[in-house]
Ligand binder design. Structure first.
Ligand code: FNR
Length: 349
């Protein structure tokens, strides 16, 4: 049995640490400042307890869903994370291939280290994560390339007007030599073109929708009022996220923000969530708190480093299996049956 089969993520991280350079491991693992938000992420899902239903027919459990027109085998996506070639020589191409074989969806980071066309050639369904950069022409070119390569949606990340200080990260990163993306992390200080534009407002959502013709989800929302603002501005989905604890330290956990955002958004658009989601029971908790699907970040990087494309496939197959098991034991046979009453002390979003 491979390390990720049983979702022994800790062991996968340890195995990855053994093959990664210390600089790459610390870049992936790091959180901002004192890492308080990072430290709370996993724990905050685990504080919930289930009220399982009994005497329901759970002989067949269906984890599949339709998400913005794409059929998925389970409500678990790969979050956009930067610089996969530090984990594996094939980088995002290996990640995309593993996800395609697991029937899962990749959100490709705009800080990817392999050309978008090469990733698309092996990918199943994929979305493209965007920052609105200081250099608008560069932003437009990135989006146009992603659209031409077959992205099915855009994910606009809005919680990083500036890249937060991460004491554990040491520059320069061990990126492949000559990678132009080195500039994105301040290695080349001659240009600020690659930096996020800190002045953007909600009108960016409509502009990106118009430019791409694709649905635009907004990632990095923690407040009900911001979620409503994004939906009113045309967002096709909202992703509750604190960037894996890598932006504002002491930001609330996503487990505590999710029910408020879900209540504000209602059924208008799907609400997704990420941050510290590691087990089938974490996923079931997130769905009961109002998420349509979840994203996982660091575990994908550990799997990629440890076992390449095959390990990524195994990770997502394992997530589906463990969610299916948790659903059966909680007495729910399909995602439609998951509701807040599955949790003791239900937050009734
Ligand atoms: C990220 N994240 C991120 N988000 C984004 O929108 N664009 C990006 O390029 C990146 N890059 C990135 C790199 C690394 C190394 C990490 C760990 C994270 C945030 C990511 O999409 C997601 O919100 C978190 O990783 C989710 O938390 P977990 O699952 O890692 O705990």
């Amino acid at each position: 049995m491979s390390r990720v089969d049983s979702l022994r993520i800790r062991e996968a991280e340890e195995a990855a640490r053994a093959v990664l350079s210390p600089g790459a491991h610390d870049f992936y693992a790091a959180g901002a400042d004192e890492e308080l938000t990072l430290g709370e992420a996993e724990r905050s899902w685990r504080t919930w307890r289930f009220l399982p239903r009994v005497l329901r027919d759970v002989s067949h459990v269906d984890t599949s869903l339709d998400l913005l027109g794409t059929r998925l085998s389970a409500p678990v996506l790969a979050a956009p994370t930067a610089f996969h070639t530090m984990a594996h020589p094939d980088g995002e191409v290996a990640t995309a291939g593993g996800l395609a074989r697991a029937g899962s969806l990749l959100v490709l980071s705009s800080r990817a280290t392999r050309p978008v066309e090469e990733v698309a050639a092996v990918a199943g369904p994929w979305w493209y994560q965007v920052y609105v950069l200081r250099d608008r022409e560069l932003t437009v070119r990135q989006v146009e390339r992603a659209v031409a390569a077959g992205a099915r949606a855009l994910v606009l990340t809005v919680d990083a007007p500036y890249v937060a200080h991460k004491p554990r990260v040491r520059l320069p990163l061990p990126l492949p030599a000559g990678d132009p993306l080195a500039r994105a992390v301040g290695v080349d200080t001659r240009t600020r073109d690659w930096e996020q534009d800190p002045s953007i407002g909600p009108d960016a959502i409509g502009r990106l929708t118009g430019l791409s013709g694709l649905p635009v989800l907004v990632k990095g929302v923690l407040r009900a009022d911001d979620a409503k603002m994004c939906v009113d501005a045309g967002a096709a989905g909202v992703i509750v996220s604190n960037h894996g604890g890598r932006q504002l330290d002491r930001a609330v956990s996503t487990a505590s923000a999710l029910p408020h955002v879900a209540r504000a958004v209602g059924d208008t658009v799907p609400v997704l969530v990420d941050g510290g989601i590691r087990t089938g029971t974490d996923i079931l908790t997130a769905l009961a708190l109002g998420a349509r699907a979840v994203l996982v970040g660091r575990p994908v990087l550990w799997a990629l480093a440890d076992g390449g494309s095959d390990a990524v496939r195994e990770l997502f197959t394992a997530y589906r299996g463990r969610l299916s098991e948790a659903m059966a034991l909680a007495g729910v046979a399909s995602l439609r049956d998951i509701a807040p009453d599955l949790l003791a002390g239900s937050p009734a979003y």
